[in-house]
Design a protein around this ligand. Structure first.
Ligand code: J9T
Length: 233
């Protein structure tokens, strides 16, 4: 998989050289290119924004630099991802799907966003996905892009050492994950649930599934379908 990121803060993505993704890059599983949008400007001030047509507060990112920057990385088989609070929800299912793609390009907008014609133009040439990481606003797409890259990157085969650890996580099966415990068996008078020490794998699996259902009902009832589908889970 190759990732290309266009941003006015390229240094922000230096962290991709460490952590899990650092190893994925070193092993060649994931190639990452970070591009400074200002390198695609031609004026002395390296201008990337201007006032909005129709008035209003803030500034809008100009289409010309974005056109030159994206032309340098986007191909017909790319997925152009534009992080936006107005985007479709980015979920674990989205991450799973994008982890199967060969080339992802992230366009990190700032200010009041990118001139809409950029999305319009590239939608004619490649797959464009406007994606939101939650119902809140950030100052720029960089943090959202980092979150999406981590969620996607860890699902790329070979990136996470033990693929088993990916199957029992929150949202993988539509439920929140069960609580986890490790040694010591008692800590500050708090004991690990007996069933987990029983060695009875059937009882442990049943307890964990019940914990998933209880947690999901309590914290994220929106993830549960109709009543009958809950029992099927
Ligand atoms: C500027 O980008 C955002 O504010 C943003 C991007 C993706 N998801 C969000 N919830 C916000």
């Amino acid at each position: 998989m190759r990732l290309d990121i266009v941003t006015i803060f390229p240094a922000f993505f230096g962290v991709l050289d460490v952590s899990l993704l650092g190893k994925a890059r070193a092993s060649g599983l994931i190639e990452v290119g970070v591009h400074d949008l200002r390198d695609f400007t031609h004026d002395r001030h390296r201008t990337v924004d201007d006032t909005p047509y129709g008035g209003g507060a803030g500034m809008v990112m100009k289409p010309e630099p974005w056109g030159e920057a994206l032309d340098s990385v986007v191909t017909p088989s790319s997925v152009l991802i534009v992080p936006s609070p107005a985007g479709h929800p980015f979920t674990q299912a989205t991450a799973r799907e994008l982890a199967t793609r060969e080339h992802l390009v992230f366009a990190c907008g700032r200010y009041e966003g990118i001139d809409q014609r950029v999305v319009e133009h590239y939608s004619e040439r490649t797959e464009v996905r406007q994606l939101s990481v939650g119902d809140y606003v950030l100052n720029g797409g960089e943090v959202a892009t980092m979150a999406m890259i981590e969620a996607i990157g860890r699902l790329v085969p070979g990136v996470v050492g033990n693929p088993e650890s990916l199957t029992e996580e929150s949202h993988e099966d539509g439920l929140l994950e069960y609580p986890s415990y490790t040694k010591p068996p008692v800590w500050r008078d708090l004991a690990v649930p007996e069933v987990l020490l029983s060695g009875n794998h059937g009882a442990i699996a049943a307890w964990r599934h019940e914990q998933q259902l209880a947690r999901t009902r309590a914290v994220r009832p929106d993830l549960l379908g109709t009543a009958d589908s809950i029992e099927e889970r």
